[in-house]
Design a protein around this ligand. Structure first.
Ligand SMILES: Cc1cc2nc3c(=O)[nH]c(=O)nc-3n(C[C@H](O)[C@H](O)[C@H](O)COP(=O)(O)OP(=O)(O)OC[C@H]3O[C@@H](n4cnc5c(N)ncnc54)[C@H](O)[C@@H]3O)c2cc1C
Length: 495
């Protein structure tokens, strides 16, 4: 890990910033150096006290270029910050330096050919709000859409609401273009398209500062929020798999949660009969007859149905699914924990139930249905009370032995996580865009402190993706993204 940044370069950087907003106030630095890592009992300990030396808040790409060029000249590490909702400590500056907050760089730049292009700091929900009157919406969003930026989602997230229909961000065609800014004395902009977008996706900002993103859109249906109660979890899972495998049924989220998990949501528990499991679902209005039939076939009762965002519960329904579920569970019991495990696509229904039964003593199961690599899967695990790192490692090993793929989502480092393939293309691109290795220090390299590695280490089978071949070489290696000048570049001129 690099030595702490001494104060002289920071003063020189501050002097270069002119009218660009910045702060060296300790409270500001502490607040802006955190993300939501406290969801992990391992990260809670090791991330404490890691702060940046300066906070910078540019409000345009031009201000960003000035700040980044100065950081490059003075060799100051950079951590980019969006909404700060990452859960793996990706947004924590491990080696100090500058936190560059891009939430002031906002705006939808335009729509064309079923895509939308936006500046990196735009809130995801704001993009949907702006394009919905045209009849379109983003294919997917995280459950944090009201707080997260589009740049942070693409740099730090991976899937969400919409993934049961469209797959994950990494799947071909789910990100159409990413523009990144290099970290050089004279920063350049580089446009990534095709498979090369995955060099910047889920790289925690290590392979360039994302400045603009172009994403495909989907028809904006009249989404219905459904709470469906099932006497048995097996019926909930059967329904979830069948509704997802019914490709003509339009859905956005399908979230089976085993009894007694529904009782952990004060807003929802009154809707669910005692002892029942539930599926939280968003379905298009025209698909409702099929959804109702499938629910009835599996003894499910639709106990609440309403237009999106109008439920008797406080929040949009998707804020009780995906990463939000654990947030609610931990409000009831801070010790609860789960794993981001992937269930095998073959025999999905059987494997969810087999694992659920085998781990019944550990805790009830919560999964999210999602497609990836062209097939249906589920992500989640039993939910149980954290005991120790050793016990967590043991549970991870047992779940892996039961056939689940598990990346380590309790570490801020890409290599230890295994969730993103880091192959020749990523390493080579990083050399080009970040020659002084200032970006996301400690997250993509082997300079991470032993201590951090030791205290967050878990068995790791990674997540296999079809895009990565058996040698670990990503098939993006052959692509040569086009460099462009940083100033005066319009979206049209770089395509
Ligand atoms: C309650 C809860 C629910 C969640 N649900 C989901 C979910 O459904 N799906 C999902 O995928 N994730 C989920 N997450 C994780 C997180 O919300 C998403 O990944 C989110 O989209 C991150 O966006 P952000 O703007 O908050 O990014 P930040 O947390 O600010 O940043 C995330 C990472 O990206 C980097 N980064 C940010 N902006 C840029 C940029 N412009 N250029 C380069 N690097 C950048 C940061 O340095 C950091 O490494 C959830 C988190 C919480 C706390």
């Amino acid at each position: 890990m690099s030595a702490p940044v001494d104060s002289l370069p920071i003063e020189r950087l501050a002097a270069d910033l002119g009218a660009i907003e910045y702060s060296v106030d300790e409270r500001v630095l502490r607040a802006k150096s955190r993300d939501r890592f406290a969801q992990s009992p391992l990260l809670r300990e090791v991330m404490r006290g890691l702060t940046a030396d300066i906070y910078i808040a540019p409000v345009s790409k031009e201000e960003l270029r000035i700040a980044v060029g100065s950081c490059a000249r003075h060799r100051i590490p950079i951590t980019v910050r969006g909404g700060g909702t990452g859960q793996f400590g990706q947004g924590v500056p491990l080696t100090g330096g500058a936190v560059i907050d891009v939430t002031g760089i906002v705006g939808v730049l335009g729509q064309r050919l079923g895509t939308v292009r936006a500046l990196c700091g735009t809130l995801i929900a704001d993009i949907d709000a702006e394009i919905r009157p045209t009849g379109w919406e983003l294919r997917m969003h995280p459950s944090t859409t009201r707080k997260a930026t589009i740049g942070g989602y693409v740099a730090g997230g991976h899937a969400g609401i919409g993934s049961c229909q469209w797959g994950i961000l990494r799947d071909r065609g789910n990100i159409t273009a990413i523009e990144v800014m290099t970290v050089e004395e004279e920063p350049r902009l580089i446009e990534l398209t095709g498979d090369a977008v995955n060099i910047a996706h889920h790289a925690y900002g290590a392979t360039g500062i994302i400045t603009e993103i172009e994403l495909p859109t989907a028809p904006a249906w009249n989404w219905q929020e459904l709470v469906i109660a099932f006497p048995e979890f097996a019926q909930a899972v059967r329904f979830a798999v069948d509704v997802c495998e019914s490709e003509g049924v339009l859905k956005k989220v399908v979230s089976p949660q085993q009894h007694p998990l529904p009782t952990l949501y004060p807003d929802l528990s009154r809707l669910i009969p005692e002892g029942h499991s539930m599926v939280l679902m968003m379905a298009a209005e025209q698909s409702m007859p099929n959804v109702a039939d499938l629910a009835a076939d599996n003894s499910g009762a639709i106990v609440s149905r309403c237009d999106e965002g109008t439920g008797s519960y406080r929040l949009p329904l998707y804020e009780y699914t995906w990463g939000h579920s654990m947030m609610h569970f931990q409000r009831k019991n801070r010790g609860l924990i789960g794993l981001l495990a992937l269930y095998p696509q073959d025999g999905l229904y059987e494997s969810i139930l087999r694992v659920c039964e085998e781990f019944a003593d550990l805790g009830p199961t919560h999964v999210e249905m999602k497609r990836f690599d062209g097939g249906l899967s589920a992500q989640g695990s039993p939910v149980w009370e954290f005991e120790s790192q050793e016990h967590l490692a043991e549970v991870t090993r047992r779940l892996q032995a039961a056939g689940l793929s598990i990346a380590n989502t309790h570490t801020p480092t890409l290599l230890a996580s295994g969730m993103k393939p880091w192959a020749a293309a990523e390493a080579e691109f990083k050399r080009r865009v970040d020659p002084y290795r200032l970006l996301a220090q400690g997250k993509s390299d082997d300079e991470v402190e032993d201590d951090l590695i030791r205290s967050t280490q878990l068995p790791n089978s990674g997540w296999s993706y079809r895009l990565t071949d058996s040698t670990g070489e990503s098939d993006t290696a052959a692509l040569d993204p086009a460099p462009t000048a940083a100033n005066g570049v319009t979206p049209e001129s770089v395509r």
